[in-house]
Design a protein. Structure first.
Length: 438
């Protein structure tokens, strides 16, 4: 935790508590309090917070605000970490200087073109079908296990991660995310660091193996890019793959959990996209805006004295663009507190902005599209069983348990098929819709 500092004059101190259970259940009132001011100071972590969308966009577009702490005259946040952790994190896309950032993105760009992502659809469809087989039992869908399965298998397929190593990579992603908690205690770090270091070593071994036998996976794409002058250092390769694993698995898992909670399990919203499938894409963007799973935002550091949200701040000040509050800003989104499946997502920052726009955004959107369309084809309704269970987490609204009752398609048999003993996990609904998806 940072040493306490005194904010510049006229900036209100907002004692934000990310562990407040109200943030999980209904964060809207807290975010509304934040938006009463253009700029706030979050004590303890010493961040200035921008909670309104117009100011958030201005921060993200201002070249005087950088993701690189060193450009702001500060040590890298990871400077105290052991080299095995520090070097790959400092060489990740979120830390690299603009020239190196562009080079690393070029190396991976061909794997995320519209054509390449479109070519993933059949694979994603097979993985979603597989998840239904495994995690729908007697009309109940175990949402967390279901959604964890999908992005893990998708990223594993992209990177060529062997099946037996996939659980270890999921554990790596979970612990890598914890490293970004600014309030992490030494005891928590001691439990997290060895898991992350072991995961980085597995990535290193995976890259070495792929250099010996190139294929059509993402690692091979990046390695081949070296011939075009876009060679990555060992640490840049580790940082890139670690970012893809962390972002491609965890954030998509949270996104899909809230897709159940805030779209499929809300009857009128599910009915709207069922009637008009062209709304699926905008409805998914609206899930991310209206019920954001994040509890914070992205950091920028002032590389020189400058005005932010109407206040003069000194070089080195850390400014957090607080997305979840900005997404409910009535000045930016008319009727912001209402869910509108047709709302245009042109102001959403869910996948970043500018040079730091998420590399895997198209893939996450594809996974969400296949998920929703497949479930709407398979089932007539979705009903929450009890309330979602949230884990205490300072970074995200982490739904760790959510059971959903699903009913068969209209016109299908009203009785769930009886499987032989011990084979309930192989259930597959028999219907015209299901056959169409194959």
């Amino acid at each position: 935790m940072n040493e306490p500092v005194v904010p510049v004059p006229n900036v209100p101190v907002f004692p934000f508590n990310p562990m407040d259970p109200a943030l999980n259940e209904d964060p809207g009132p807290i975010y509304a309090q934040m938006r009463e001011h253009r700029l706030l100071f979050w004590p303890g972590v010493n961040f200035y917070v921008v909670p309104r969308l117009a100011d958030a966009l201005a921060v993200l577009q201002d070249p005087r605000l950088s993701t690189d702490t060193r450009a702001a005259g500060l040590p890298a946040p990871e400077s105290m970490l052991p080299d095995a952790l520090r070097a790959p994190i400092e060489a990740s896309l979120t830390r690299l200087a603009p020239k190196d950032h562009a080079r690393v993105r070029r190396a991976v760009a061909s794997a995320f073109t519209p054509g390449a992502i479109k070519g993933m659809r059949a694979k994603v469809q097979a993985i979603v079908d597989e998840a239904i087989d495994l995690y729908v039992h007697d009309g109940v869908l175990e949402a967390r296990a279901f959604v964890e399965h999908i992005p893990l298998r998708v990223i594993a397929a992209m990177l060529g991660i062997p099946v037996e190593q996939q659980p270890s990579f999921y554990e790596f992603a979970n612990n890598l995310a914890k490293l970004h908690n600014p309030a992490m205690t030494p005891e928590q770090f001691a439990s997290v660091a060895p898991v992350v270091i072991a995961g980085l070593e597995r990535i290193r071994a995976l890259v070495a193996a792929r250099r010996e036998a190139l294929g059509d996976d993402l690692l091979s794409v990046v390695i081949r890019a070296e011939a075009n002058g876009d060679a990555l250092s060992s640490d840049e390769m580790l940082g890139l793959v670690a970012m893809l694993i962390n972002g491609g698995i965890l954030t998509t898992t949270h996104f899909m959990m809230f897709t159940f909670k805030s779209l499929l399990c809300v009857p009128e919203r599910a009915a709207a996209v069922r009637r008009d499938r062209s709304l699926v894409g905008t409805a998914l963007e609206e899930v991310l805006r209206h019920d954001s799973f994040g509890k914070s935002g992205t950091l920028r550091y002032l590389t020189q004295d400058a005005e932010v949200a109407g206040v003069s701040l000194p070089r080195g000040a850390a400014v957090m663009v607080f997305f979840p509050a900005a997404y409910l800003d009535e000045d930016a989104f008319p009727s912001a507190s209402s869910f509108d499946p047709a709302r245009k997502p042109d102001k959403n920052l869910n996948y970043g902005h500018g040079p730091h726009f998420c590399t895997g955004a198209a893939l996450a959107r594809l996974e969400g599209d296949v998920l929703v369309n497949t479930l709407l084809d398979r089932f007539a309704s979705f009903t929450l069983i009890g309330e979602p269970v949230f884990a205490p987490d300072p970074m995200v609204r982490d739904i760790v348990q959510m059971r959903v009752e699903v009913t068969r398609e209209l016109g299908a048999e009203s009785v769930w098929p009886v499987e032989e003993a011990g084979r309930a996990d192989r259930w597959r609904p028999k219907s015209r819709s299901a056959s169409r998806m194959r």
